[in-house]
Design a binder for this molecule. Structure first.
Ligand SMILES: Nc1ncnc2c1ncn2[C@@H]1O[C@H](COP(=O)(O)OP(=O)(O)OP(=O)(O)O)[C@@H](O)[C@H]1O
Length: 471
């Protein structure tokens, strides 16, 4: 077989580096700088592998790959590209490109891929190509996100279990949806379950369903999320918050591919792809006995780690513009963001990650007086990075609320109650401590009725005796 490589690259610097590395390995490399020149070469002689950039002076290298693949079905193609979106990554993998390398790439890795491609010719892909390029929801072209996109493309045509890890608000749910929407199960359902949002005693019936009369309140048969997701994807969000008992049943379901409704006898075969996510560090939880080790290994087949926003600050500009556009779609005034405002946004710590940035942009869109948002507006509305730095808490109650909102679970239909509970609890405890646990005086201090206080203490499960000063 030939050892000839065709390199399609219009940046002479990059081309030289690649040619040198490949020639050192004994390959003969021909370099062309565009699509037209590429096609002339390919018509002439066979190549073992082609490496191609995407943005070429005379067109989009990817758009022309389907025709090329028809002409040279056995030639592996390695796509190199700077500034990739998830869209480019997916298009490259759909086109059965042998490998996809976001620039800047590791030269040794590239050489290894070429060697492998030259020895093992790729099968032509059978996945339809999505050339619309629209509707792919993940914004950001940072190097860190390139790694995420690459992992996503690797799980689209199989059913491997994916575990998405990352701080709250980094986009884990969005990644889960992308895996489903872009993958081979896209015509099936995408069903999400948030283990943190379901009361512990209902989680099994939520996952597996129940038969009529299985427990008090089970007035009719109910189909669980596993069955709802049949043929599609089941997204298990906040898996680290799942109680142990439910973990055991989940593991059994994953091992056997069958479920049993609560109170039911029959085992039901389900065909679901599992994508799980958590913002917790599961390893210490395993050590502490709160997360099953065997379940962890079941789920952690393909881990995808989402970096916190502060480690990919070069995504902030694109995200900010994306959210401003989204805000207009939701009826907020049209705004433009100035470069100095972007620079100001890039200085924040964004402990609540993309979710916090999104909320901040919406707030800016709503409050800014001018159409153009500049650094002064950012500072007026969000404060300075220094004022919210350190432990991430801004001054006062409003600041504490904002800090909480950055990490809040955002449970649909619950946020108001969750937020109030966050503040009511320490407030009531404070009043009890201040009054030596005397409920009458605590109620007076708070300015609420004593019975109201008593009821709230019960609701929030606060033990007034536990609030006595012990000094
Ligand atoms: N790369 C991104 N591009 C566009 N929007 C994003 C991106 N990442 C996150 N978002 C948006 O940020 C918000 C939070 O994302 P998401 O709910 O997916 O985070 P999460 O990691 O699942 O959070 P949690 O752990 O709290 O559930 C959503 O509104 C989501 O649409």
């Amino acid at each position: 077989m030939t050892n000839r490589i065709l390199l399609v690259e219009d940046d002479p610097g990059i081309a030289t580096v690649i040619v040198t590395a490949l020639e050192d390995e004994g390959f003969a490399v021909d370099t062309v700088d565009g699509i037209a020149a590429r096609d002339v070469r390919l018509a002439g002689e066979p190549y073992a592998v082609m490496l191609t950039d995407v943005m070429l002076s005379d067109g989009d290298g990817l758009a022309t790959l389907p025709a090329l693949r028809d002409r040279h079905p056995a030639m592996p193609v390695i796509v190199l590209s700077a500034q990739n979106t998830l869209d480019t990554a997916v298009r490259a993998s759909d086109l059965a490109a042998f490998e996809y390398f976001p620039k800047p790439f590791d030269l040794d890795e590239l050489v290894r891929a070429v060697r492998q491609a030259a020895g093992q010719r790729a099968e032509p892909g059978d996945v339809p190509i999505d050339e619309s390029g629209e509707g792919l929801p993940l914004v950001g072209r940072s190097r860190a996100m390139q790694g995420v996109y690459r992992m996503i493309t690797r799980v689209l045509r199989n059913d491997l279990t994916v575990l998405i890890l990352g701080e709250s608000g980094t986009g884990k749910e969005l990644v889960a949806e992308a895996i489903h929407q872009l993958g081979h199960r896209k015509s099936g359902p995408f069903v999400a379950v948030n283990a943190a949002a379901i009361p512990h005693d209902l989680i099994e019936s939520e996952l597996f369903g129940h038969e009529k009369g299985a427990f008090t309140g089970a007035i009719a048969q109910a189909i669980g999320k596993f069955e709802q997701a049949n043929g599609g994807t089941l997204f298990l969000d906040e898996i680290g918050d799942m109680p142990l008992e439910a973990q055991t049943r989940l593991l059994r379901a994953l091992q056997s591919g069958r479920i049993r409704r609560v109170g039911g006898r029959q085992e039901i075969v389900v065909d679901v792809r599992i994508v799980a996510a958590t913002n917790r560090d599961l390893v210490p939880m395993i050590a502490a006995g709160t997360f099953r080790e065997d379940l962890f290994y079941r789920l952690n087949v393909v881990p995808i780690e989402l970096p916190p926003l502060r480690e990919r600050r070069d995504d902030i500009a694109a995200l900010a513009r994306h959210f401003l556009g989204q805000a207009v779609g939701e009826g907020l005034p049209r705004r433009r963001i100035e470069p100095d405002a972007i620079a100001a946004l890039e200085r924040f710590a964004w402990r609540g990650n993309v979710r916090e940035l999104r909320n901040a942009i919406y707030r800016l869109a709503l409050i800014a007086r001018e159409e153009a948002i500049d650094a002064a507006t950012v500072e007026a509305v969000l404060g300075t990075p220094e004022s919210v730095a350190g432990d991430g808490r801004a001054q006062g109650f409003a600041g504490a609320l904002e800090a909480w909102l950055r990490v809040a679970p955002m449970r649909e239909g619950q946020l108001y109650h969750d937020a109030l509970a966050q503040f009511e609890r320490p407030l009531l405890i404070h009043a009890l401590v201040e009054t030596g646990g005397n409920q009458l005086r605590a109620a007076r201090l708070l300015g609420i009725n004593r019975n109201t206080l008593r009821k709230r203490l019960t609701d929030l499960d606060i033990d007034p005796d536990g609030c006595l000063r012990r000094d």
